[in-house]
Design a protein around this ligand. Structure first.
Ligand code: GLN
Ligand code: ZN
Length: 782
């Protein structure tokens, strides 16, 4: 590692650092404080105090775990809600409908910031969308020709100063200007053809001001996150992104020189920089953090790196397995041939995608726990690798051995490889991935199900009432016996069936009362999975999920849903739809083993589901829905990787569903409506009926489906369940009439956009009544 110091060299960068850390708190302290504030139970000052305490504990913890406090190893990367919203607040970019929340200097207080995130009355909040290929959702800023950029928040500077006052030199983290604009959408008043990136030159002075303020406060390094550079899916052509990068960092790194600014680290998590690496290297930024878990280590010397620090992101910020430190060290050593000024160790992404610490999981099997690294354990891994890199392998010999032992233990532990699962997967034939011709299925299903035109149904869940939650909690604590719990759930199913019959729906569901979560429920009932107690991960704002851990070969010890579905069917003459979560979604919303291709793991899950479907079919259930809302989510960021992903994901869905007889109808539900890139894949699923979100976009997607000549049935959502609003009967009639004009009526089903579990009966009952009434009206016109 070169340590040549020239007068113009950037200040030293620490040998080990992390790109970010969980911000919700080990006991979800921030969530609780925010929700109390929103409910009017606490003051903004109290939330600020909780947040300051959390930041202080984070700094202390990271220092204890081995990160330097006198060099900028510890990120200052707190957020009350979302880091993209923070960037919007920083630059004063608030949509016109919320302009009244800003003070004369463009600042938002905590209440105003919360309102932009959550909406008020008819003022919709910023739209929420997925953050790269993670399960985190960010708020989409709205930028127009008139957006008045200005330096409107001193939070990054204040939080840096807060650390310094505690004796910790942190590294402020802010979303970079290119990514900020690339992820924004044009404001409502923007003319056609406008893109927020058109405003780059107007935005850069605000970033420049931030950098000078940070330098004045004593910051030596700042981290600007530019993950847009690893993706082909941000809606901006690569050339435009590259040109913007060059322009942005000419302004921030060349025209603004040290010491008027801190040294700049540009971080590019979530994937391979590819052609963007030489573009970044050619700028005057002082360091580049590259993702070496998802991305490739550059093997050729890239011009421009010679004066720069390279942060090798070898520790996976996105998954929870202990790293093979020996192998990681080798990757870092190879990086030294790049002839950068320095090579240091980092995480591939921020650690906020993983829970706080394995130490908080006493109930987890000890062997499994010994294979895991949550955020804190990953910080230790970074510290060990940093020591290995600076002091030599010998200095960390013991730790390297312990890590290799853990990897070996995982490879050979019982349950990780199960011969019977392997044999079954190895013996799969093409036949098992294929159903018979659709025309034949269609007539067999019509004869069996005898449904009216425009059949009505729901997506599966009915409201999870406080009573249901209370019963589940009591069962968890042992206050209810299994039998009592089952009785309560059955009573709920009876209520849900009665309601659906009274409303007049055609295909009924059981309502999913027994499921805490559509993935965890299956994880708890399949071999090869574990669940955590405190493993919360921020999903958006104050919302957290607790992903399951898929650690071993997957199989189904016993039928899971069959008793619930047959009980439901016993209550009604109408067909009851069985309800399962598909293999891709189970993988997407869990932490998945990284020791074999995802497609192999997906096929194991698919075979377990295939057995479940066979049992449902044998028990007389004529319709089974296999939900795949995450199919679009897992789509890789680089286009060159799409085909391979779509191949294994579609195959696994087919494997799970293709074992049924022609008269058994397979449904799938895909949630979102951005299907442009995956239309062929949807066709490939070969489901008899596909339900999708369509209410908000006013059935737009149907035009594409019709134009593509899609032959099977679709259920475009006619009721937007994401809001408490009850759609009127006339409104649903209008949407349905539009649907009937767009696509063959034979192909149409009628359903809400998604499941109803987050809604209340006061909203759901009238909405479904309107849905059925509207359907009758439209049927009468056919
Ligand atoms: N069947 C699930 C439900 O209704 C589907 C949920 C989803 O698509 N996310 O809740
Ligand atoms: Zn959905």
């Amino acid at each position: 590692m070169s340590t040549t110091v020239t007068p113009t060299a950037a200040p030293a960068f620490p040998a080990g650092s992390v790109l970010g850390y969980p911000r919700i708190g080990p006991r979800r302290e921030l969530k609780k404080a925010l929700e109390a504030f929103w409910a009017g139970r606490t003051s903004a000052d109290e939330v600020e105090a909780v947040a300051a305490d959390l930041r202080r504990r984070t700094r202390t913890r990271l220092a204890e775990l081995g990160l330097a406090t006198d060099a900028p190893a510890i990120p200052s990367a707190f957020s009350f809600y979302d880091h993209v919203l923070d960037a919007a607040a920083l630059v004063g970019a608030v949509p016109a409908r919320f302009a009244d929340l800003q003070d004369a200097d463009g600042r938002l207080d905590l209440a105003g910031y919360s309102t932009v995130a959550r909406g008020r009355g008819d003022d919709l909040p910023l739209e929420m969308t997925k953050w790269f290929d993670t399960n985190y959702h960010y708020l989409v800023p709205e930028i127009g020709p008139g957006t008045a950029f200005r330096y409107a928040s001193d939070r990054p500077v204040a939080e840096f100063a807060e650390g310094l006052a505690d004796g910790v030199l942190t590294r402020p983290v802010v979303v970079g200007p290119v990514t900020f604009l690339a992820l924004s959408k044009p404001s409502e008043d923007a003319p056609a053809g406008f893109h927020p990136l058109d405003r780059l030159d107007d935005l850069l002075p605000v970033y420049a001001r931030l950098l000078t303020e940070l330098a004045a406060a004593g910051a030596t390094w700042v981290q600007l996150d530019e993950p847009a550079l690893v993706s082909d899916s941000v809606g901006v052509p690569a050339e435009a992104l590259h040109e913007a990068t060059t322009r942005a960092y000419r302004a921030l790194a060349t025209e603004l020189a040290r010491p008027d600014r801190p040294a700049i680290l540009v971080a590019a998590p979530y994937g391979d920089l590819g052609p963007a690496l030489p573009v970044l290297a050619a700028t005057d930024v002082d360091g580049i953090a590259i993702d070496l878990v998802r991305g490739e280590a550059p093997t050729v010397v890239v011009g421009g790196l010679a004066g720069k620090t390279v942060v090798g992101g070898v520790v996976d910020g996105h998954n929870i397995w202990r790293a093979d430190l020996d192998a990681k060290l080798a990757v870092l050593e190879r990086l030294e041939t790049l002839a950068a000024r320095a090579v240091t160790v980092g995480t591939s992404t921020s650690l906020f995608h993983v829970p706080h610490t394995v130490e908080d999981e006493p109930a987890l099997d000890a062997t499994l726990a010994s294979w895991l690294a949550f955020a804190d354990e990953k910080v230790r891994e970074v510290a060990v690798l940093a020591e290995g890199l600076t002091e030599g392998r010998e200095a960390v010999h013991e730790q390297l051995l312990a890590a290799s032992d853990a990897v070996r233990s995982r490879a050979s532990a019982p349950g990780v490889v199960r011969p019977e699962v392997r044999e079954r997967a190895a013996g799969l034939t093409d036949e098992q991935f294929r159903r018979g011709p659709f025309a034949e299925r269609k007539s067999a299903q019509a004869a069996r199900l005898r449904l009216p035109a425009l059949p009505t149904t729901t997506i599966g869940s009915f409201p999870q009432t406080p009573d249901i939650r209370r019963a589940r909690a009591a069962f968890g604590k042992g206050e209810l016996t299994a039998e009592q719990y089952e009785d309560e759930m059955k009573a709920e199913i009876r209520r849900v069936v009665e309601l659906q019959e009274r409303i007049g729906l055609d295909v009924l569901v059981h309502g999913e009362p027994e499921r805490n979560d559509m993935v965890q429920y299956f994880a708890e009932n399949l071999d090869g999975f574990a669940v955590t107690r405190n493993g919360w991960v921020q999903s958006y704002g104050s919302r957290c999920t607790r992903p399951s851990i898929l650690w071993g070969d997957v199989s189904r010890p016993a039928p899971i849903t069959v008793a619930w579905s047959t009980y439901t069917q016993s209550l009604t003459e109408k067909p009851v739809k069985g309800m399962l979560t598909g293999p891709v979604t189970i993988l997407a919303w869990s932490f998945v083993r990284d020791d074999q291709p995802l497609g192999d793991t997906a096929n194991q899950v698919a075979l377990a589901l295939r057995d479940e479907i066979a049992d449902l079919e044998a028990a007389g259930i004529g319709i089974v829905q296999v939900d795949e809302p995450a199919l679009r989510e897992l789509l890789p960021l680089r286009e060159k990787d799409h085909a391979a992903y779509l191949d294994w994901s579609v195959r696994s869905f087919r494997l799970s569903t293709a074992g049924v007889r022609p008269e058994t109808q397979i449904h799938t539900h895909l949630c979102y409506s951005e299907f442009g890139q995956i239309m062929d894949a949807i066709d490939g699923l070969d489901a008899d009926v596909t339900s999708i979100e369509a209410a908000r976009s006013k059935m737009e997607i149907l035009g594409d489906i019709a134009a593509a000549g899609y032959p099977r049935a679709v259920g475009p959502g006619v009721y937007d369940i994401h809001s408490p609003r009850v759609p009127g009967e006339a409104e649903v009639t209008e949407l349905l009439s539009e649907a009937v004009r767009t696509i063959d009526v034979d192909q149409l089903w009628v359903n809400p956009d998604c499941g109803l579990k987050t809604r209340r009966y006061e909203e759901v009952t009238p909405s479904l009544e309107h849905l059925v009434a509207a359907t009758r009206t439209v049927r009468a016109t056919l």
